[in-house]
Design a protein around this ligand. Structure first.
Ligand SMILES: [Zn+2]
Ligand SMILES: [Zn+2]
Length: 281
């Protein structure tokens, strides 16, 4: 797809530019693309803009940045879930062991802080603010670090997005990053948070092989209490709810030996796509 190369979101060839205008840094994901005909095909090209992003995507970055503190708090709350709490045993009907969701959350929180602080340092330089004291800053608590970085970035968003390309540390390597990359980082972080939170909400584990006492389909999904411990089940087929006690009774009733034949008789097979959790790590 040679004519499409500049729209490749993974292209790392800098920003294509003409006459002081350049392509929106969101590239293939630009919210305001130019639609052009090329070789009989309709091609979406990023908007041309004098800045890093087109107006629509500059606003998308602003919204993502606005949303980050609340997302950060919600992801932080995931840390407590499924920890080594003292709750009841997790009924592991599926083959995959329960995945500690909190690991992903912790990684994401580190990533958010490291990324925002790195941009905060650059904005402080161009905005002639007091440089960040990285020694003491490492001892600040997460919330304080986030608040300070976010406050600086939100107050200087356009300065951030206008940053020239300069070397920055990423994964232990020096790479050249500019304001376009800053915007993409922010969009990415907000997206990662939402993905993690959605995944967590959807992570309701499929309790394979336990037919619903009401409809008979093996479509029970784990229900968790506020501490992330199993607190019963809910049938995705008919909506029947089971609390911890009634679910236990259901499991006792349908013990392993008849599980397969039972499911088979009803013409049901375990649905695919429930391995989201195990694939995630
Ligand atoms: Zn755009
Ligand atoms: Zn049911």
């Amino acid at each position: 797809m040679p004519y499409y190369v500049h729209s490749d979101p993974n292209a790392d060839d800098g920003h294509w530019s003409t006459g002081g205008m350049r392509e929106c840094a969101r590239a293939g994901r630009c919210s305001d693309p130019r639609i052009e005909e090329s070789g009989g095909k309709t091609v979406r090209l990023p908007a041309l803009t004098p800045r890093a992003f087109c107006t629509a995507d500059r606003d998308a970055v602003a919204r993502a940045l606005d949303a980050l503190p609340a997302l950060f708090v919600r992801v932080h709350m995931e840390l407590g879930n499924r920890g080594s709490g003292s709750g009841g045993p997790v009924v592991s009907v599926s083959k995959s062991a329960p995945v500690p969701l909190s690991l992903g959350a912790d990684e994401l929180l580190r990533l958010i802080l490291a990324t925002l602080v790195s941009w905060e340092e650059r904005v402080r330089t161009v905005a002639r603010l007091v440089p960040l004291d990285t020694e003491t800053s490492r001892q600040r608590r997460d919330g304080a670090i986030l608040t300070q970085a976010w406050t600086i970035l939100a107050a200087h968003l356009d300065a951030l997005l206008a940053l020239e390309s300069e070397p920055m540390m990423r994964d232990g390597e020096l790479v050249y990053l500019d304001g376009g990359d800053a915007g993409l980082d922010i969009l990415y972080l907000a997206w990662r948070c939402r993905a993690l939170l959605t995944e967590t909400a959807k992570a309701a584990r499929h309790l394979h092989g336990v037919p619903c006492g009401s409809c008979g389909f093996c479509e029970l999904r784990e229900v968790l209490d506020d501490n992330g411990q199993q607190d019963g089940a809910r049938c995705r087929q008919c909506g029947a709810q089971y609390d911890a006690e009634t679910y236990k009774a259901l499991v006792a009733e349908k013990s392993a030996p008849i599980r397969l034949s039972g499911a088979h008789r009803r013409g049901l097979v375990a649905t695919a796509g429930d391995d989201r959790l195990s694939r995630r790590a």
